[in-house]
Design a binder for this molecule. Sequence first.
Ligand code: RP5
Length: 164
Amino acid sequence: MAEAKSKVGIIMGSQSDWSIMAHARDTLDKLGIANEVKIISAHRTPDRLSEYVSAAKGNGLQVIIAGAGMSAALPGAAAAMTALPVLGVPMEGKVMGGLDAILSMVQMPAGIPVGTLAVGRSGAVNAGLLAASILALGDDDVAAALDKFRADQTAAVVETPKDD
Ligand code: RP5
């Protein structure tokens, strides 16, 4: 059977971002949302970035999730080349715990928005969920999967803490 066409593109600046960005992929997989993953660096592979992003909409992508650390230019550079929603996930990095990356991502000039999430795993999971919320506006299957995810999550929260 042919694989479903990807609706969400997950891109990241480096292999070193993958252990975090895999949480975005896992979140989308849980919700049954077809996705694809690529390493694309705004600085090291600028041609790969422009080729990927300029073809994204035509290839059926509806949302791009971009993870990057340090100067964290990737989401902003991607957003400059497409009107698709771009969600940015800042990586923790070694110098400022991700403060550098989140400030870089969030400080987009008016006119080119990036929806910036939390640093690290929480941001990657929430980028997957936010992408699902965007898709759910026009896709009843995704909306149902998202409702179920949230109901299951609520049901899994116990009222009384257990001893560690
Ligand atoms: C960024 O630089 C990447 O997104 C990564 O978070 C950071 C460091 O990359 P590596 O030197 O580990 O490849 O572009």
